[in-house]
Design a protein around this ligand. Sequence first.
Ligand code: SF4
Length: 280
Amino acid sequence: MPDPEEHPDVVRADRDAAREAVLGWYDEVARDLPWRRTDDPYAILVSEVMLQQTQVARVVPRFEDWLDRWPTAEALAAADRRDVLAAWVGLGYNSRAVRLQAACVVVAREGWPGDAKGLRALPGIGPYTAAAVASFAFGERVAAVDTNVVRISERLGLGEPDDLLPDDDRAPTWNQAAMELGATVCRARAADCPRCPAARWCRSAGRVVVPPRAAGGTRPRFEDTDRFVRGRIVAALASGGDWPDHLEPVRLERAIDGLVRDGLVVRTAAGVELREDHAG
Ligand code: SF4
């Protein structure tokens, strides 16, 4: 295997070839997803936040319903927080919905920032999400680096995620392709090298050792997690549904403490309420 220090040209040539192969592969396998058909930064931001916690197939109908109900950042900014939280039920951490709305409040007031740096300054928008929106909505040449992209970069051994980005206007497509490769072929716990378009140039092809799961590492059932309890509490408060009083008081209290810390609920003389200061 050529040493990158001694043979930078070889590495560069392999990197270019691997990139072209992955882009060609993506062109054939890319799924037709609603957020891939738009360059609207709001729609892309909504999809990215939803996808942080939930699988693609489940996100598609929720994404479409969300856009029907709140088609713009301005519409979401003006929505009642109660409705936003009720619409988010089942999509993961409620604080993500609150932060999404908070970002839209700033956008409604000041307009969309034009690049990843500006997006990064919006409340609750991390470097990955900022880069993804800037790339897919504005065509900015910036690497959207999630865990999938980090992993394939490390395994390929052909440079950092930034080095892999094409110099031309295919940078956004590359971001999608790299994520797709990491999600479907070069996965964390199973690298399917025989099916990989980059195998010929990859420094780890056929040699990926998947680390064993952490000792004692069976995952708790979702129903046993604090996240589950927090979700039930917020759903009850947002929609006026049944309070989950069948759960142990100690679990309820711990979950409420977490929701108070995150600014989602307040304790009152009467019990617990959603914070009314909706992000507007
Ligand atoms: S050849 Fe294997 S290790 Fe290398 S990028 Fe493809 S799937 Fe991952």
